[in-house]
Design a protein around this ligand. Structure first.
Ligand code: NAD
Ligand code: ZN
Ligand code: ZN
Length: 343
């Protein structure tokens, strides 16, 4: 008899996930089977379940791209990973390895890239099939639950900060202090940056302060652009927008200093107005940033292994996923929920 596993799947966009028993998958040639220990819940999972983006996943599918677990089986020909290794199955599930982008270590934009919990079944399940060439290697001493948020929220905020090109001693704004942003504050402090946190929830801003933010601005009160420009004496050298909310994007551009860079990582559906004259006359760069490459992953995890970054997590069982989604959509998750698969 085939062995079964618990999984939460999206059967229809915008509907609650369905908890079901599925066959435990068998890894094919070149694949591995990972027994899930923990999986973070990212706001991207909400966008996926909502069918928010132009490229939609095929229904039904299992979300989750912050799954950490132990390798329990190897398909034919797998050599780089061993049974018993702890790995993470990230958003960048796989890429072709030989296009111009892969050759330049820009594999997240590979035209043949597959996405965990989106075009491939992800970590809201007791087992995940993964590509051993693209799994995250979890450093010894880092618990699965602590590693989970790092393989999406961590790498994305870390890479986004690098993409701002802000140097130590300069100002960076982090807009949105949720899963990505609360880690972004910690990476930014570890990099020696001055941090101005922006959110619409005073509790998130107090949390940012506890994590080392030098200043905090509530985007719902007064004129947040003017407030940031005053604090930073003319605008931040870099801005990282993680907020899943369109108004944050125009504001973030306005918070950017002359010759500064505004990095976009939040992906609410839709477009935002860009003030063309101000952009041109102030030589401002607006740049998208999509997770990070495998080197960025190793670096982002190394900060945590060295004790410089730690995700704030709330553990929940897989069966609570719909309530967690509801709270995440309302902004009621303090930092990151991690689904607990420990027996
Ligand atoms: P989250 O829900 O944990 O956090 C979002 C935070 O933004 C919350 O603290 C919320 O209060 C705040 N916020 C909402 N509206 C705001 C506004 N107008 N101004 C400032 N702050 C505001 O979400 P998350 O898991 O951190 O994900 C954030 C976004 O990043 C999502 O859109 C997600 O899809 C995207 N994302 C992108 C990448 C990438 O590679 N580019 C990777 C991961 C996630
Ligand atoms: Zn994510
Ligand atoms: Zn490629």
């Amino acid at each position: 008899m085939t062995r079964k596993m618990q999984a939460a799947q999206v059967e229809r966009f915008g509907q609650p996930l369905v908890l079901k028993e599925l066959d435990i998958p068998t890894p094919g040639a070149g694949q591995i089977l990972v027994k899930t220990e923990a999986c973070g819940v990212c706001h991207t999972d909400l966008h996926a379940a909502g069918g928010d983006w132009p490229l939609k996943p095929t229904l039904p599918f299992t979300p989750g791209h912050e799954g950490i677990g132990i390798v329990t089986a190897l398909g034919a020909g797998v050599t780089g990973v061993r049974e018993g290794d702890r790995v993470g199955v990230p958003w960048l599930y796989s890429a072709c390895g030989h296009c111009e982008f892969c050759l330049a270590a820009q594999e997240p934009v590979c035209g043949k890239a597959q996405f965990g919990g989106y075009t491939k079944n992800g970590g809201f399940a007791e087992y995940i099939v993964a590509d051993p060439n693209y799994v995250a290697r979890i450093p010894a001493g880092l618990a699965a639950r602590d590693a989970a948020p790092l393989i999406c929220a961590g790498i994305t905020s870390y890479k986004g900060l690098k993409e701002t090109q802000v140097r130590p001693g300069q100002w960076v704004v982090i807009s949105g202090i949720g899963g990505l942003g609360h880690l972004g504050v910690q990476y930014a402090k570890a990099m020696g940056l001055h941090v101005c946190a922006v959110d619409i929830d005073d509790r998130k801003l107090e949390h940012a302060r506890r994590l080392g933010a030098n200043a905090a601005v509530n985007a719902r009160t007064g004129d947040p652009v003017a407030a940031v420009r005053k604090i930073t004496d003319g605008g931040a050298h870099g801005v990282l927008i993680t907020a899943p909310s369109l108004p944050a994007f125009k504001q973030g551009v306005g918070m950017t200093r002359k010759h500064g860079t505004c990095v976009l990582v939040g992906i609410p559906p839709g477009d935002f107005p860009t003030p063309l004259f101000d952009l041109v006359a102030n030589c401002i760069t607006i740049r998208g940033s999509f997770v990070g490459n495998r080197r960025d992953m190793a670096e982002a995890l190394a900060f945590a292994a060295a004790g410089m970054v730690k995700a704030d997590i709330e553990m929940q069982p897989l069966s609570a996923i719909n309530a967690v989604f509801e709270r995440l959509a309302q902004g009621e998750v303090p930092s990151r929920v991690v689904l607990d698969f420990a027996d």
